[in-house]
Design a binder for this molecule. Structure first.
Ligand SMILES: C[S@@+](CC[C@H](N)C(=O)[O-])C[C@H]1O[C@@H](n2cnc3c(N)ncnc32)[C@H](O)[C@@H]1O
Length: 204
């Protein structure tokens, strides 16, 4: 029994999409940052821990042609595929744990909203960064969103690690240049404010 998979499968099987604390109708600021740092609609983009996020809808409807979603929950990705209808035909889905995934491809844009912050142990963070390096190439853009130092201490009932932009740059290490760090306040479906940090990094 894998408790990580069980946790996330239960979440997506039992809760309505719009009841999830991280639910967003519009994928702000993710989409804005992707468009600010990339104007190549043929660029390969991967959303790590995509869940049932509507970022994929915005990307696919906006003209991005090479989109991959990865999540530990098959149910989450299936929800997005169903919602996308015929647009789903061009989306690649990968069901795997990001800390043990073996990437077979390199992406130009790596996006992660609220996944890296679940990795509270150094060895898990190291494993994530190792996968990130293997799945990208020099020049690739990396967008990470985590809870901020004054954000919540848990997410989906699990402990998380909070980061400032400087913390994220330091944790990712010298292989990445920091292009932008910004704060964002997410309002949950029950109107609770959650402070996020978003960074954009370029792989050296
Ligand atoms: C807080 S949700 C965020 C979902 C999505 N990024 C969004 O912004 O709506 C975290 C997501 O990460 C996925 N996840 C958690 N741990 C993971 C792991 N180790 N590998 C891959 N996905 C993971 C969960 O299934 C869930 O969909």
């Amino acid at each position: 029994m894998n408790t990580k998979i069980d946790h996330w499968e239960n979440v997506y099987r039992k809760k309505q999409e719009s009841a999830l604390s991280w639910f967003q109708k519009h994928p702000t600021p993710s989409l804005g940052l992707i468009l600010e740092f990339n104007r190549d609609y043929a660029a390969g983009i991967i959303d790590i821990g995509a869940g049932s996020s509507r970022l994929v809808d915005a990307l696919a409807h906006g003209g991005f042609s090479d989109i991959t979603l990865l999540d530990i929950s098959n149910t989450a990705l299936a929800l997005s595929m169903k919602r996308l209808g015929e647009y789903s035909n061009n989306i690649r889905c990968i069901v795997d744990d990001i800390t043990s995934w073996n990437p077979q491809h390199k992406w130009q844009i790596w996006h992660d909203r609220a996944v890296f912050h679940f990795l509270t142990e150094k060895h898990e963070q190291d494993a994530y960064i190792d996968v990130l390096v293997r799945a990208t190439k020099p020049g690739s853009i990396v967008i990470l969103g985590t809870f901020a130092p004054d954000g919540p201490k848990t997410c989906s009932g699990l402990p998380i690690k909070r980061y400032s932009g400087k913390d994220l740059k330091k944790r990712l290490g010298p292989g990445f240049d920091l292009l932008k760090a910004t704060s964002y306040t997410h309002s949950t479906p029950t109107d609770v404010e959650q402070k996020f940090t978003f960074v954009v990094l370029r792989r050296r």
